[in-house]
Structures are given as C-alpha cells and as structure tokens.
Ligand binder design. Structure first.
Ligand code: ATP
Ligand code: MG
Length: 412
C-alpha cells in the first residue's frame, strides 16, 4: 500500500485551486438564492438502498461506480454518487410534504469509482438544485433559467451549449420503449454486452451507451419525438417557448437521454467542446416518479447538478482576492505582530512575514499584492508613529500609531 499517496482519483485543493472552486460554488449559490432557493445539507453517506432503488438497478452508477461498504454494525452504506436521491430521502424522512413547493440548493463531494482522467475523478464536487412539488412546465423553465444564469455569471455563456429533449410522460415512454426495442432487437448480436442486458429491462439506457459499436446502431434508432402523446408534446412546447421568451439559446437533441432511471419530460445538458471527452458540465431533468418510487407521497420534481471541477477548469481567473495590508517590522517584531493583530481585529487582511530584511519583506508584500505597507521604523517608534506606504502610487505618510486603524480605514 502506498499509504502516503492520495487515493487514485482524489485530489487536494490547495489555496489557489480552492479559491476557484469556492468562487464557482458561491456564484451558483448566490444565483440560486435570487431564485428563492435555500441550502440543504444531507449526509455524504446513506443506506445503499437509497441509491440502488432510485438510480435504477441497471444504471452504470449503481452497477459499477458506487463506493459501497458494510459499516461496523453490518449496515450496507454507500458514499453518495449524486445529490438527488439524498434530497428525496430527506424530503420523505423529514415529512416535508406540507412545505411544498420546496426549492433546495446543495453542494459538496460526490463519489464514483470511475476511471480517473481529466475532468473525471473518484471524489468530485457538485453544485445542484432541486425544485419539488411543481407539476407545471414553469418549473422546468425556471430551473433551466437558473442554470443559464449561473453559467453566464461564471462567464461561460459563450463556451457552453444547452441541449434539451423530452422523455415524455409514462404513456409516451411506453410507446417509445416498444418501438425502440423492436429496432434494437434486430441488432441484438452486435450490441455490447451491457446493452444486450439492458434490451429488455431498460432499452432507453442504450441510447446513452458510450460503446462505439452501440453508438453506430443508435444513430439509426427511432426518436422519442415520434412517440409523444399530445399532452407530453404540449408540455415540451411550453418549456421551449419559455426558454425562447427568456432569451436562453438551446438546441433540441432528440437523442439526449439521462443516465438515470427516474427522469420524465424535460432532460437537458449544458455541454462544452473545451474539455475533451468530459464535455457535460451541467445536467438535469424532471423526475416526477422518483419520490413515489422511494415510498414517499407522489411529488413531482425537477433539478440539475453541475461538476465543480469541470466548471473550474473552464472559468477564467476568479475576481481578485482582498488585497492585504503588509506590516513590515524594522526592529521590534513582537510590536509589529501587535499592530498586525490590531488591524485584523479592525477587519483588515494583514500579511506579516516572519523573517527577512526590509527588502525581502517588501518583495513579499508585492508578491502578496498588498495595497499598503505599514512600516514600523525604529525612529518613528520613538515618536509613537508608523509609516503607511501606498504600494500602487509609491507615496507615503507618517501617522500616529494610535489612529492607524482609522487612517487605513479611510485609505481603503
Ligand atoms: P458523464 O457522462 O460525464 O459520466 P454523468 O451523466 O455521469 O456524466 P451526472 O450524473 O449527470 O453525470 O452528474 C452531473 C455532472 O457532474 C456532470 O455533468 C459532470 O459535470 C459532473 N460529474 C459527473 N461525474 C463526474 C466525475 N467522475 N468527475 C468529475 N465530475 C463529474
Ligand atoms: Mg458518469
């Protein structure tokens, strides 16, 4: 065991990177708040059944990717591979049916045992939203508008493309399933083993297959659009009209299906060509039967999740961090530390090197992008004064030590 290596597919976020990461998360949450969403924090592990039942027994996540283990009391536990199932479980166990509609935002680590590559990790992070209790397509429009807002505010509007499709209602899907099975059965022997196994149980899944041979077969498959009931068609029409009205660009991709079993009606993805094979940055859809499937009261829902690492790779530099004040001692270092402490108490961000001569410390102050330096020279100390140097302009002035906070506060 190479116990001092990080586990394959995990990584440490050092300050530079975590700043980007937090910026993405915060931008998402700030936008979500403006749409009326509040944050929910569910545990990062659940009983295995929570995921096995909701994600569908034939899904890749359940069959291949879950981190499942028996805990010390023999319970089967799974580290959450996604956020929706846990939120739905919290809705049921918390008896939240009286509080509908519910608008929930979440963020945090997710775990999937996949083959690690760029933009694909075993511990990754998502931000996501769920809107529960609204049957109307207005909810679909609002949730997609929020996704578009988040991406726009991250400066990604020009880098992503919204693809949208409908999976219809139960009746539409039943009809489509039959048409699709009939088509795919002709190629039974050429399908990948995974897809052959799905042919009876969940043929829609095959449309999502990443196997090259499967993809070629899928190209000629009939599309969902032709099997829609009038009601499902109208639902989708309302969603696309709404997006048009809000000025959100999209393309309809009739082959888009989501990898998870509980979706109906609207399915959508924001994709990019800038991240190689890992092109999906944000994905979501409607899941009206999920909560009922889990044993709760039937409650419609729609939501999405976005990969924070993939977004972080796409965004430009986050807005600059707060520029610090550098405290530079030339004699008594403890006295300087006291000054630094006073300024921090007054709300300033303060850098103070632990060693070095004036020149070294000034270089460090510039490297930290400090706005001002507070220099504690020995002579000024006699006068109970300090020098404030403007590191952008180069000017400096001497101020009484007693009113340093006040002076700096005015300058900043
Ligand atoms: P993919 O097709 O890339 O495997 P997925 O369909 O499994 O994605 P979802 O379950 O819809 O992904 O998760 C939503 C988002 O979470 C993805 O669009 C992606 O940005 C991110 N994501 C999913 N899996 C990973 C991973 N292993 N590493 C990093 N980000 C991920
Ligand atoms: Mg996946």
């Amino acid at each position: 065991m190479s116990s001092l290596q990080p586990v394959r597919g995990t990584h440490d976020l050092l300050p530079e990177e975590s700043r980007r990461h937090r910026w993405v998360e915060e931008a998402a949450f700030a936008a979500a708040r403006r749409y009326g969403f509040g944050e929910v924090m569910t545990p990062i592990f659940e009983f295995t059944e929570v995921f096995a039942r909701t994600l569908g027994e034939t899904s890749d996540v359940v069959t291949k990717e879950m981190y499942t283990f028996a805990d010390r009391s023999g319970e089967s536990i799974t580290l959450r591979p996604e956020g929706t199932a846990g939120v739905a479980r919290a809705f049921i166990s918390g008896g939240l049916a009286q509080s509908l509609p519910l608008k929930l935002f979440y963020r945090g680590p997710m775990f999937r045992h996949e083959r690690p590559q760029k933009g694909r990790l075993r511990q990754f992070h998502q931000v996501g939203v769920e809107l529960l209790g609204v049957e109307s397509p207005l909810a679909d429009i609002e949730v997609i508008a929020l996704a578009w807002r988040v991406l726009s505010e991250l400066g990604l509007a020009g880098k992503v493309r919204l693809e949208i499709n409908t999976l219809g209602d139960a009746e539409s899907r039943e009809a489509y399933r039959n048409t699709l099975t009939a088509y795919l059965s002709q190629f039974r022997l050429s399908l990948s083993e995974d897809s052959r196994n799905r042919l009876e149980r969940n043929p829609l899944r095959i449309l999502d297959s990443k196997d090259e041979g499967d993809k070629r077969i899928v190209e000629g498959a009939p599309v969902m659009t032709d099997s829609l009931t009038p009601a499902a068609r109208e639902f989708f029409q309302t969603v696309t009209n709404g997006l048009g009205m809000l000025g959100i660009p999209f393309i309809i991709n009739p082959r888009l299906v989501r990898g998870l079993d509980y979706y109906c009606h609207t399915a959508f993805e924001f994709t990019t060509t800038s991240l190689g094979a890992q092109g999906t940055v944000l994905a979501g859809g409607r899941y009206d039967e999920l909560i009922a499937t889990m044993g709760g009261p039937r409650t419609p829902g729609i939501g999405w999740a976005a990969g924070v690492e993939r977004l972080s790779m796409l965004v430009d530099e986050p807005p600059a961090a707060v520029r610090p004040v550098a405290v530079i001692p030339m004699g008594d270092e403890l006295a300087a530390m006291h000054v630094a402490e006073r300024l921090r108490r007054a709300g300033q961000t303060v850098e103070m090197g632990f060693s070095g001569n004036m020149k070294k410390r000034m270089a460090r102050a510039n490297k930290a992008n400090a706005r001002f330096a507070v220099i504690l020279g020995e002579e000024e100390a006699q006068r109970r004064a300090v020098t404030i140097r403007d590191l952008d302009g180069g000017s400096q002035e001497e101020v009484p030590l007693a009113s340093l906070e006040e002076h700096l506060g005015r300058l900043l």
